[in-house]
Design a protein around this ligand. Structure first.
Ligand code: GLU
Length: 332
């Protein structure tokens, strides 16, 4: 696609950390950021920070600033990003909508995507029908694609807005994940034709992340394994863009003492509150490194001291559960 012709030439590995400013960074986010940074610094590559603030209802500008500050505090730096610029500027998704729109226009002309005017009620009715092992509700069976142009127009007039769905091909998609090994998914059977632009005109994460990683020349995507099931969909989008697919490394998440994945409700584990309690960034880094198998036990270190120790093979494959004891050891 012509959009890709303007990409900068990259002669080194390129990695990124792509937070959504929907909350404060907690120990789980910090661990993922640290591992992504260590991988690229060990490879002497380029590290990008990209702010994924597409959803206006959930993104908060203050969190975006706080995230940059927290990562700096931790000792993580980036070669390209919202605050330092770079050849792929802007590094903020809300300022990149024209690029996503260009891809949508091309794919619409190529009939790779189609507008969908299904209402929430239509989709809820699907959910009631018996369905397979979908994680995100039943696969979308292409209702709007099967309508005649007249029937579609009538449906659209009733709803007044439409999303765009990517036409998922039949068959099994297989890729090798750097942590999970061989991953297979029949996207058509599991998720069906999937939304790449929402009816409220917000670009869906799946499209934006692929367009950005492709345009920024990202070669290594290390991120939380909550996104493992999105990856086959994203690979389909890389293929449609005729862009090379990066290597993926999906790392286990960090759980709170309650066994629930860390989130805003575990405010005590946010970097901001650790810092406010006077805990050093080295103590946090050393703790995270130990949870990732890079140190036998926590000891205060800066991220740069861990570059040579990084190995994805040392990473435990199960989620890490932070215990009350860990928090006490950290000084909480
Ligand atoms: N913005 C996404 C998140 O914060 C991460 C996207 C990615 O790394 O692909 O969960």
């Amino acid at each position: 696609m012509s959009l890709l012709a303007n990409r900068p030439v990259r002669s080194r590995p390129v990695g990124r950390y792509a937070p959504s400013p929907t909350g404060k960074l907690h120990l789980g986010n910090a661990r993922t950021a640290l591992l992504a940074w260590l991988q690229i610094r060990q490879l002497k590559g380029i590290f990008i920070l990209r702010m994924e603030d597409l959803d206006p209802a959930r993104s908060v500008p203050e969190y975006a600033l706080q995230i940059l500050e927290d990562l700096h505090w931790l000792g993580i730096d980036w070669d390209e990003g919202p605050d330092v610029g770079g050849p792929c500027f802007p590094y903020v998704q809300s300022l990149r909508n024209h690029l996503y729109e260009q891809v949508l226009a091309t794919w619409l002309a190529q009939e790779r995507i189609y507008p969908c005017a299904c209402s929430r009620k239509d989709l809820a009715n699907l959910a009631r029908a018996p369905h397979g092992p979908a994680e995100e509700g039943p696969p979308y069976p292409g209702l709007c694609r099967q309508l005649s142009p007249e029937a579609w127009r009538e449906k659209y007039q009733k709803k007044g807005q439409a999303s765009y769905r990517f036409l998922a091909p039949e068959g099994l998609l297989t890729y090798t994940d750097g942590v999970y090994g061989t991953v297979c998914q029949d996207v058509k059977a599991v998720v069906g034709d999937f939304v790449i632009r929402r009816a409220d005109k917000v670009t869906a994460y799946q499209l934006a992340v692929v367009v950005d990683d492709a345009l920024m020349g990202v070669t290594h995507v290390l991120r939380g394994d909550d996104l493992l099931s999105s990856t086959p969909r994203q690979i389909l989008l890389y293929q449609a863009l005729e862009a090379s697919v990066p290597r993926f490394y999906h790392v286990p998440l960090v759980l709170g003492p309650d066994g629930v994945r860390l989130s805003k409700r575990h405010d005590g584990t946010s970097l901001e509150s650790l810092r406010a309690k006077g805990i050093s960034s080295e103590a946090v880094t050393g703790f995270l490194a130990a949870t990732a198998g890079l140190l036998p036990s926590p000891e205060p270190l800066a991220p740069k001291d861990l570059i040579q120790l990084f190995s994805i093979d040392k990473l435990p494959r199960e989620p890490f559960r932070v215990t009350e004891k860990d928090l006490k050891l950290l000084g909480l």
